[in-house]
Ligand binder design. Structure first.
Ligand SMILES: [Zn+2]
Length: 90
């Protein structure tokens, strides 16, 4: 399988992938879309877990809440951690 390149429809960054198809969002945008697709209760639970639990437990909690795979849970965790730090430092 050959690697393809295309521009992410969400942020305009170049996406490199052997797995995805042209026009898919980059992992950053995909993580954001995945998170915003959750219910408000689930999003609050995720943010609460990220803020209060050790990383490994927060990631486990994200998987329990959303049923996503491990790699997506890790992306969601780091994304929400960054969002939380922005909120407290800004
Ligand atoms: Zn993107």
């Amino acid at each position: 399988m050959t690697e393809q390149q295309w521009l992410c429809p969400g942020c305009g960054q170049i996406v490199h992938s052997k797995m995805g198809k042209a026009g898919d969002p980059c992992i950053g945008c995909e993580t954001e879309l995945f998170f915003t697709a959750q219910s408000p209760e689930t999003r609050a639970e995720i943010d609460n877990a990220v803020a209060s639990l050790p990383n490994i437990w927060a990631i486990k909690r994200i998987r329990e809440l959303t049923g996503c795979d491990l790699s997506m849970a890790i992306f969601v965790h780091s994304d929400r951690q960054r969002a939380g730090q922005d909120a407290t430092s800004g």
